[in-house]
Design a protein around this ligand. Structure first.
Ligand SMILES: Nc1ncnc2c1ncn2[C@@H]1O[C@H](COP(=O)(O)OP(=O)(O)OP(=O)(O)O)[C@@H](O)[C@H]1O
Ligand SMILES: [Mg+2]
Length: 228
């Protein structure tokens, strides 16, 4: 794969289940992403957006095809190798947040930075600053169960930023937020793109957020279509 591509996907398919219960979710996805591009993935509910995002980020396996992430062949790597690559270069915001329930907001956000080898003091300051930017200065010590849905979503975003990823995936990052908070999140995402050349791949139903991205890709019938 040419080194200038952040992501290159060829003939990716994904099926789940066996025999007559088999379900084809993706049937032949082609995609090339350049550094610092911003991409909105759109499509109907159930079309396979979250499935595709998980495979692109190396969280899940495709059934066939090739996925090169930062030049590394995810389709040939084991879970441990993929986890290492993710910790180094990838941020992911889940549709369902997936915060660690036993850690408070600050500790959740600190985690990726600690995994990258940053000191406790440094990662703590950074986590505080990220959470403050997202309006959560008064929620640092709250556990996920003590936070509202939108607050958990913001903690999940701060956590995804905290590892300083080259590539950030976010599954409906503004899905649970009011317009004002949603715009703040979008501003933060695009400032990350501008300041650190972070590549953004966002699943979104939010037209305004999609319109701010360089490209819009629709998942339909198991494939990706570029929309212009
Ligand atoms: N592990 C699984 N086993 C069986 N079916 C699955 C599995 N994972 C996903 N699916 C099905 O695959 C389809 C795509 O799911 P996916 O979560 O990717 O959709 P989506 O586009 O993200 O939808 P939404 O906009 O509602 O989040 C759905 O019909 C879902 O039910
Ligand atoms: Mg989804």
């Amino acid at each position: 794969m040419p080194a200038e591509n952040i992501l290159a996907v060829h003939r990716l398919s994904k099926s789940v289940g066996q025999g007559e219960h088999q379900l084809s979710i993706l049937t032949g996805v082609e995609l090339v992403v350049k550094p610092a591009e911003t991409i909105a993935l759109v499509g109907e509910s159930g079309s396979g957006k979250s499935t595709l995002l998980g495979i692109l980020a190396g969280l899940d396996d495709g059934s066939a095809g090739e996925v090169f992430l930062l030049g590394s062949p995810l389709h040939q790597m084991n879970e441990e190798q993929r986890a290492e690559l993710r910790a180094k270069s990838v941020g992911f915001v889940f549709q369902s947040f997936m915060l660690v329930p036993t850690l408070n907001a600050l500790e959740n956000v600190q985690l990726p930075a600690l995994l990258r080898g940053e000191s406790d003091a440094q990662s703590r300051e950074q986590a505080k600053s990220l959470l403050t930017q997202l309006g959560l200065a008064a929620r640092l010590n709250h556990l996920p169960s003590q936070l509202s849905g939108g607050e958990q979503q913001r903690v999940a975003l701060a956590r995804a930023f905290s590892g300083r990823p080259t590539l950030l995936f976010a599954d409906e990052p503004t899905g649970n937020l009011d317009r004002h908070t949603g715009e703040r999140i979008a501003d933060l995402l695009f400032s990350l793109n501008r300041d650190f050349a972070t590549t953004l791949i966002l699943v979104t139903h939010d037209e305004q957020l999609a319109a701010r991205c360089d490209r819009r890709l629709r998942v339909r019938d198991g494939r990706l279509q570029e929309e212009v």
